[in-house]
Design a binder for this molecule. Structure first.
Ligand code: NAP
Length: 339
Protein backbone atom coordinates (compact mmCIF):
# COMPACT_ATOMS: atom_id res chain seq x y z
CA UNK A 1 0.00 0.00 0.00
CA UNK A 2 1.33 3.48 -0.88
CA UNK A 3 1.02 5.95 1.98
CA UNK A 4 1.00 9.47 0.57
CA UNK A 5 2.11 12.45 2.66
CA UNK A 6 -0.75 14.29 4.26
CA UNK A 7 -1.40 17.89 3.19
CA UNK A 8 -0.17 20.17 5.97
CA UNK A 9 -2.74 22.89 6.63
CA UNK A 10 -2.56 26.07 8.74
CA UNK A 11 -5.59 28.16 9.69
CA UNK A 12 -5.15 31.93 9.97
CA UNK A 13 -8.02 33.43 11.99
CA UNK A 14 -9.88 31.19 14.42
CA UNK A 15 -13.34 32.80 14.46
CA UNK A 16 -16.74 31.72 13.10
CA UNK A 17 -15.35 30.22 9.89
CA UNK A 18 -11.78 29.39 10.97
CA UNK A 19 -12.74 27.21 13.93
CA UNK A 20 -15.18 25.22 11.80
CA UNK A 21 -12.71 24.73 8.95
CA UNK A 22 -10.04 23.65 11.47
CA UNK A 23 -12.38 20.95 12.83
CA UNK A 24 -13.20 19.81 9.29
CA UNK A 25 -9.50 19.58 8.34
CA UNK A 26 -8.91 17.32 11.36
CA UNK A 27 -11.55 14.91 10.00
CA UNK A 28 -9.77 14.38 6.64
CA UNK A 29 -7.53 11.31 6.21
CA UNK A 30 -5.38 13.14 3.66
CA UNK A 31 -4.82 16.31 5.71
CA UNK A 32 -3.04 17.33 8.89
CA UNK A 33 -3.96 20.44 10.87
CA UNK A 34 -0.56 21.92 11.75
CA UNK A 35 -2.20 24.63 13.84
CA UNK A 36 -4.19 27.83 14.08
CA UNK A 37 -3.19 31.42 14.72
CA UNK A 38 -3.96 33.25 17.96
CA UNK A 39 -4.70 36.92 17.35
CA UNK A 40 -5.91 37.71 20.89
CA UNK A 41 -6.60 35.71 24.04
CA UNK A 42 -10.27 34.64 24.23
CA UNK A 43 -12.54 31.66 24.91
CA UNK A 44 -11.91 30.23 21.42
CA UNK A 45 -8.21 29.97 22.27
CA UNK A 46 -9.17 28.16 25.50
CA UNK A 47 -11.22 25.64 23.48
CA UNK A 48 -8.43 25.14 20.91
CA UNK A 49 -6.01 24.59 23.78
CA UNK A 50 -8.36 22.09 25.48
CA UNK A 51 -8.67 20.20 22.18
CA UNK A 52 -4.86 20.12 21.82
CA UNK A 53 -4.90 22.20 18.63
CA UNK A 54 -1.46 23.86 18.27
CA UNK A 55 -1.70 27.66 18.57
CA UNK A 56 0.79 30.00 16.88
CA UNK A 57 0.72 33.59 18.12
CA UNK A 58 0.25 36.41 15.64
CA UNK A 59 0.16 39.01 18.47
CA UNK A 60 2.15 39.55 21.70
CA UNK A 61 2.84 36.10 23.19
CA UNK A 62 2.50 37.49 26.74
CA UNK A 63 -1.30 37.47 26.31
CA UNK A 64 -1.21 33.69 26.03
CA UNK A 65 1.50 33.05 28.60
CA UNK A 66 -0.39 35.10 31.23
CA UNK A 67 -3.40 32.85 30.64
CA UNK A 68 -1.49 29.56 30.72
CA UNK A 69 -1.90 28.81 27.03
CA UNK A 70 1.13 26.96 25.74
CA UNK A 71 2.14 28.19 22.27
CA UNK A 72 3.46 25.89 19.54
CA UNK A 73 5.36 28.80 17.98
CA UNK A 74 4.79 32.12 16.27
CA UNK A 75 3.25 32.96 12.89
CA UNK A 76 6.56 32.49 11.04
CA UNK A 77 6.87 29.00 12.55
CA UNK A 78 3.39 28.15 11.28
CA UNK A 79 4.15 29.47 7.80
CA UNK A 80 7.37 27.42 7.71
CA UNK A 81 5.53 24.18 8.54
CA UNK A 82 2.58 24.16 6.14
CA UNK A 83 1.81 23.42 2.48
CA UNK A 84 -1.20 25.73 2.44
CA UNK A 85 -2.95 28.25 4.69
CA UNK A 86 -6.66 28.98 4.90
CA UNK A 87 -7.01 32.64 5.73
CA UNK A 88 -10.22 33.09 7.73
CA UNK A 89 -9.47 36.60 9.01
CA UNK A 90 -12.01 39.41 8.54
CA UNK A 91 -11.80 41.53 5.39
CA UNK A 92 -9.49 43.10 4.26
CA UNK A 93 -6.87 41.33 6.38
CA UNK A 94 -6.74 38.37 3.98
CA UNK A 95 -5.43 40.62 1.23
CA UNK A 96 -2.99 42.31 3.64
CA UNK A 97 -1.73 38.92 4.88
CA UNK A 98 -1.25 37.82 1.27
CA UNK A 99 1.03 40.76 0.45
CA UNK A 100 2.88 40.67 3.76
CA UNK A 101 3.30 36.94 4.38
CA UNK A 102 2.03 34.50 1.75
CA UNK A 103 3.68 35.98 -1.35
CA UNK A 104 7.11 36.52 0.30
CA UNK A 105 6.98 33.01 1.84
CA UNK A 106 5.66 31.44 -1.43
CA UNK A 107 2.75 29.82 0.40
CA UNK A 108 -0.51 28.78 -1.21
CA UNK A 109 -3.51 30.47 0.40
CA UNK A 110 -7.27 30.19 0.40
CA UNK A 111 -9.25 33.36 1.16
CA UNK A 112 -12.87 33.80 2.24
CA UNK A 113 -15.84 35.55 0.67
CA UNK A 114 -15.41 38.85 2.53
CA UNK A 115 -12.33 39.56 0.42
CA UNK A 116 -12.70 41.15 -3.03
CA UNK A 117 -12.47 38.66 -5.93
CA UNK A 118 -9.13 40.10 -7.07
CA UNK A 119 -7.42 38.73 -3.94
CA UNK A 120 -7.22 35.40 -5.81
CA UNK A 121 -6.83 33.87 -9.25
CA UNK A 122 -10.13 32.00 -8.98
CA UNK A 123 -13.38 32.20 -6.97
CA UNK A 124 -14.57 28.75 -5.97
CA UNK A 125 -17.61 26.53 -5.34
CA UNK A 126 -16.60 22.86 -5.55
CA UNK A 127 -19.57 21.46 -7.47
CA UNK A 128 -19.47 24.35 -10.01
CA UNK A 129 -15.82 25.01 -10.90
CA UNK A 130 -13.45 22.67 -9.01
CA UNK A 131 -11.17 22.26 -12.02
CA UNK A 132 -10.49 26.04 -12.24
CA UNK A 133 -8.75 25.90 -8.84
CA UNK A 134 -6.47 22.98 -9.78
CA UNK A 135 -2.85 23.71 -8.78
CA UNK A 136 -3.55 27.43 -8.25
CA UNK A 137 -1.68 29.41 -5.56
CA UNK A 138 -4.48 31.75 -4.47
CA UNK A 139 -8.18 30.90 -4.48
CA UNK A 140 -11.17 32.59 -2.83
CA UNK A 141 -13.98 30.45 -1.42
CA UNK A 142 -16.97 32.72 -2.10
CA UNK A 143 -19.38 34.02 0.55
CA UNK A 144 -22.15 31.97 2.14
CA UNK A 145 -24.82 33.64 -0.03
CA UNK A 146 -22.85 33.23 -3.26
CA UNK A 147 -22.14 29.60 -2.38
CA UNK A 148 -25.87 29.00 -1.87
CA UNK A 149 -26.91 30.65 -5.11
CA UNK A 150 -24.15 28.92 -7.09
CA UNK A 151 -25.02 25.42 -5.83
CA UNK A 152 -28.70 25.55 -6.76
CA UNK A 153 -28.48 27.75 -9.86
CA UNK A 154 -25.52 25.73 -11.20
CA UNK A 155 -27.60 22.53 -11.09
CA UNK A 156 -30.68 24.21 -12.61
CA UNK A 157 -28.61 25.82 -15.38
CA UNK A 158 -27.10 22.46 -16.35
CA UNK A 159 -30.53 20.80 -16.54
CA UNK A 160 -32.64 23.55 -18.17
CA UNK A 161 -30.41 26.42 -19.33
CA UNK A 162 -30.99 29.70 -17.48
CA UNK A 163 -31.71 32.91 -19.37
CA UNK A 164 -32.23 35.22 -16.34
CA UNK A 165 -32.25 35.13 -12.54
CA UNK A 166 -33.80 37.67 -10.16
CA UNK A 167 -33.08 36.96 -6.51
CA UNK A 168 -33.73 38.79 -3.24
CA UNK A 169 -31.51 38.04 -0.28
CA UNK A 170 -33.01 38.36 3.21
CA UNK A 171 -29.86 38.41 5.31
CA UNK A 172 -29.42 37.66 9.00
CA UNK A 173 -28.36 40.83 10.83
CA UNK A 174 -25.44 39.22 12.69
CA UNK A 175 -24.01 35.82 13.59
CA UNK A 176 -25.39 34.32 16.84
CA UNK A 177 -22.25 35.12 18.88
CA UNK A 178 -21.89 38.69 17.54
CA UNK A 179 -22.91 41.45 20.01
CA UNK A 180 -21.86 44.35 17.77
CA UNK A 181 -24.00 44.19 14.63
CA UNK A 182 -27.72 44.40 13.87
CA UNK A 183 -30.40 45.54 13.20
CA UNK A 184 -32.19 44.70 16.47
CA UNK A 185 -35.57 46.05 15.38
CA UNK A 186 -35.63 47.09 11.73
CA UNK A 187 -35.46 45.82 8.17
CA UNK A 188 -32.57 47.48 6.39
CA UNK A 189 -32.49 47.50 2.57
CA UNK A 190 -29.18 47.35 0.73
CA UNK A 191 -29.11 50.65 -1.14
CA UNK A 192 -27.28 49.57 -4.26
CA UNK A 193 -28.58 48.01 -7.47
CA UNK A 194 -27.74 45.26 -8.00
CA UNK A 195 -26.55 44.15 -4.57
CA UNK A 196 -23.01 42.76 -4.73
CA UNK A 197 -24.27 39.16 -4.66
CA UNK A 198 -25.25 38.97 -8.34
CA UNK A 199 -21.85 40.08 -9.69
CA UNK A 200 -20.22 37.77 -7.14
CA UNK A 201 -22.12 34.72 -8.45
CA UNK A 202 -20.69 35.51 -11.88
CA UNK A 203 -17.15 35.01 -10.51
CA UNK A 204 -18.16 31.31 -10.29
CA UNK A 205 -20.94 30.86 -12.89
CA UNK A 206 -19.36 33.22 -15.38
CA UNK A 207 -22.13 33.49 -18.00
CA UNK A 208 -25.16 33.66 -15.71
CA UNK A 209 -27.49 36.67 -16.15
CA UNK A 210 -28.36 37.40 -12.54
CA UNK A 211 -29.71 40.50 -10.80
CA UNK A 212 -29.94 40.60 -7.00
CA UNK A 213 -31.39 42.84 -4.31
CA UNK A 214 -30.91 42.43 -0.56
CA UNK A 215 -32.00 43.49 2.92
CA UNK A 216 -30.93 42.68 6.49
CA UNK A 217 -33.37 41.57 9.18
CA UNK A 218 -33.40 41.05 12.95
CA UNK A 219 -32.35 37.40 13.00
CA UNK A 220 -29.08 35.57 13.60
CA UNK A 221 -29.87 32.05 12.42
CA UNK A 222 -29.78 31.90 8.62
CA UNK A 223 -30.16 33.90 5.40
CA UNK A 224 -33.14 33.32 3.12
CA UNK A 225 -33.32 33.83 -0.67
CA UNK A 226 -36.40 34.27 -2.82
CA UNK A 227 -35.38 33.32 -6.36
CA UNK A 228 -37.11 33.66 -9.77
CA UNK A 229 -35.44 31.93 -12.71
CA UNK A 230 -36.28 32.17 -16.43
CA UNK A 231 -35.40 28.95 -18.22
CA UNK A 232 -34.76 27.94 -21.83
CA UNK A 233 -36.62 24.60 -21.36
CA UNK A 234 -40.02 24.43 -19.66
CA UNK A 235 -39.70 22.76 -16.24
CA UNK A 236 -42.23 20.85 -14.18
CA UNK A 237 -42.28 21.34 -10.42
CA UNK A 238 -41.84 17.59 -9.79
CA UNK A 239 -38.77 17.35 -12.07
CA UNK A 240 -37.11 20.32 -10.36
CA UNK A 241 -37.78 18.88 -6.89
CA UNK A 242 -36.22 15.63 -8.07
CA UNK A 243 -33.19 17.45 -9.53
CA UNK A 244 -32.58 19.35 -6.29
CA UNK A 245 -33.04 16.22 -4.16
CA UNK A 246 -30.25 14.66 -6.23
CA UNK A 247 -27.92 17.68 -6.06
CA UNK A 248 -25.10 17.35 -3.56
CA UNK A 249 -24.98 19.82 -0.64
CA UNK A 250 -28.61 20.77 -1.25
CA UNK A 251 -31.42 19.54 1.00
CA UNK A 252 -35.13 19.64 0.15
CA UNK A 253 -37.09 20.15 3.38
CA UNK A 254 -40.87 19.99 3.79
CA UNK A 255 -43.68 21.69 5.61
CA UNK A 256 -45.07 18.16 5.82
CA UNK A 257 -42.21 17.20 8.17
CA UNK A 258 -42.82 20.40 10.19
CA UNK A 259 -39.80 22.25 8.86
CA UNK A 260 -41.44 25.62 8.30
CA UNK A 261 -38.78 28.15 9.26
CA UNK A 262 -35.07 28.80 9.71
CA UNK A 263 -35.53 28.07 13.43
CA UNK A 264 -36.71 24.55 12.67
CA UNK A 265 -33.88 23.98 10.15
CA UNK A 266 -31.36 24.84 12.87
CA UNK A 267 -33.14 22.52 15.32
CA UNK A 268 -33.08 19.81 12.62
CA UNK A 269 -29.29 20.23 12.27
CA UNK A 270 -28.86 19.93 16.05
CA UNK A 271 -31.01 16.78 16.06
CA UNK A 272 -28.87 15.34 13.25
CA UNK A 273 -25.99 15.60 15.74
CA UNK A 274 -24.03 18.01 13.57
CA UNK A 275 -20.93 19.61 15.09
CA UNK A 276 -22.01 23.04 16.47
CA UNK A 277 -25.52 22.37 15.04
CA UNK A 278 -24.27 23.20 11.54
CA UNK A 279 -26.38 22.78 8.38
CA UNK A 280 -23.85 22.60 5.53
CA UNK A 281 -26.54 22.01 2.91
CA UNK A 282 -28.59 24.74 1.21
CA UNK A 283 -32.19 24.05 2.27
CA UNK A 284 -35.14 24.55 -0.10
CA UNK A 285 -38.75 24.04 0.87
CA UNK A 286 -40.45 21.48 -1.36
CA UNK A 287 -43.78 23.30 -1.02
CA UNK A 288 -42.13 26.60 -2.10
CA UNK A 289 -40.70 25.27 -5.38
CA UNK A 290 -43.02 26.12 -8.26
CA UNK A 291 -42.93 26.22 -12.05
CA UNK A 292 -45.12 28.47 -14.21
CA UNK A 293 -44.54 28.44 -18.00
CA UNK A 294 -40.75 28.91 -18.38
CA UNK A 295 -40.34 30.44 -14.92
CA UNK A 296 -39.19 28.69 -11.80
CA UNK A 297 -39.72 30.06 -8.26
CA UNK A 298 -38.06 28.83 -5.09
CA UNK A 299 -37.10 29.87 -1.58
CA UNK A 300 -33.87 28.67 0.01
CA UNK A 301 -32.20 29.06 3.40
CA UNK A 302 -28.46 29.33 3.97
CA UNK A 303 -26.64 28.56 7.22
CA UNK A 304 -24.10 31.33 6.89
CA UNK A 305 -21.72 29.97 9.51
CA UNK A 306 -21.19 26.58 7.86
CA UNK A 307 -22.10 26.18 4.17
CA UNK A 308 -18.59 27.27 3.09
CA UNK A 309 -16.83 24.72 5.33
CA UNK A 310 -16.91 21.78 2.88
CA UNK A 311 -15.90 24.18 0.07
CA UNK A 312 -12.68 25.06 1.91
CA UNK A 313 -11.79 21.37 2.23
CA UNK A 314 -12.35 20.64 -1.48
CA UNK A 315 -10.47 23.81 -2.36
CA UNK A 316 -7.39 22.52 -0.50
CA UNK A 317 -7.45 19.31 -2.55
CA UNK A 318 -7.90 21.14 -5.87
CA UNK A 319 -5.03 23.55 -5.16
CA UNK A 320 -2.79 20.65 -4.09
CA UNK A 321 -3.45 18.87 -7.40
CA UNK A 322 -6.10 16.25 -6.51
CA UNK A 323 -7.89 15.93 -9.85
CA UNK A 324 -11.14 14.11 -9.12
CA UNK A 325 -13.72 16.72 -8.06
CA UNK A 326 -16.49 14.21 -7.50
CA UNK A 327 -14.28 12.03 -5.33
CA UNK A 328 -13.12 15.01 -3.26
CA UNK A 329 -16.72 16.13 -2.70
CA UNK A 330 -17.69 12.58 -1.65
CA UNK A 331 -14.73 12.31 0.75
CA UNK A 332 -15.57 15.68 2.35
CA UNK A 333 -19.28 14.92 2.53
CA UNK A 334 -18.66 11.57 4.25
CA UNK A 335 -16.55 13.13 6.99
CA UNK A 336 -19.10 15.88 7.68
CA UNK A 337 -22.16 13.65 7.50
CA UNK A 338 -23.54 15.32 4.35
CA UNK A 339 -25.72 13.15 2.11
N1 NAP B 1 -19.54 34.65 9.55
C1 NAP B 1 -20.13 34.36 8.41
O1 NAP B 1 -21.33 34.24 8.36
C2 NAP B 1 -19.32 34.16 7.16
C3 NAP B 1 -19.84 33.33 6.16
C4 NAP B 1 -19.08 33.10 5.01
C5 NAP B 1 -17.87 33.75 4.84
N2 NAP B 1 -17.42 34.59 5.82
C6 NAP B 1 -16.12 35.25 5.58
O2 NAP B 1 -15.12 34.58 6.34
C7 NAP B 1 -14.13 35.54 6.77
C8 NAP B 1 -14.00 35.46 8.26
O3 NAP B 1 -15.24 35.81 8.84
P1 NAP B 1 -15.66 35.32 10.30
O4 NAP B 1 -17.13 35.59 10.41
O5 NAP B 1 -15.15 33.95 10.58
O6 NAP B 1 -14.87 36.38 11.20
P2 NAP B 1 -14.69 36.37 12.77
O7 NAP B 1 -15.68 35.47 13.43
O8 NAP B 1 -14.63 37.79 13.18
O9 NAP B 1 -13.24 35.71 12.99
C9 NAP B 1 -12.09 36.29 12.48
C10 NAP B 1 -10.85 35.67 13.10
O10 NAP B 1 -9.69 36.26 12.51
C11 NAP B 1 -8.85 36.81 13.54
N3 NAP B 1 -8.14 37.98 13.01
C12 NAP B 1 -8.49 39.29 13.07
N4 NAP B 1 -7.59 40.05 12.41
C13 NAP B 1 -6.65 39.20 11.92
C14 NAP B 1 -5.48 39.37 11.14
N5 NAP B 1 -5.08 40.58 10.74
N6 NAP B 1 -4.75 38.26 10.81
C15 NAP B 1 -5.15 37.04 11.22
N7 NAP B 1 -6.25 36.82 11.94
C16 NAP B 1 -7.00 37.88 12.29
C17 NAP B 1 -9.81 37.12 14.68
O11 NAP B 1 -9.09 37.20 15.89
P3 NAP B 1 -9.71 37.98 17.14
O12 NAP B 1 -10.83 37.11 17.65
O13 NAP B 1 -8.57 38.04 18.09
O14 NAP B 1 -10.16 39.30 16.63
C18 NAP B 1 -10.75 35.90 14.60
O15 NAP B 1 -10.15 34.78 15.19
C19 NAP B 1 -14.58 36.89 6.21
O16 NAP B 1 -14.00 37.09 4.94
C20 NAP B 1 -16.08 36.69 6.06
O17 NAP B 1 -16.65 37.57 5.12
C21 NAP B 1 -18.09 34.78 6.99
Amino acid sequence: MIILDKIKVGIVGYGTIGKRVADAVMLQDDMELVGVTGNSYNFRMEVANMNKIPIFNICDKKLFEENNIKLAGNFDDLLNSVDIVIDCSPKPHGKENKEKYYIPNKIKAIFQGGEKPDVAEVSFVAQCNYSEAMNKDYVRVVSCNTTGLSRTLGAIDKAYGITDVHATMVRRGADPGDIFHGPINAIVPVLEMPSHHGPDVRTVLHDLNIFTTAMSVSSTLMHMHSVIVDLKKKPTTEEVIDLLKNTTRVRVVRNAERVRSTAEIMEFARDLGRNRGDMYEICLWEEAIGAEKNKLFFIQAIHQESDVVPENIDCIRAMMGFEDAEKSIKMTNKTLGIK
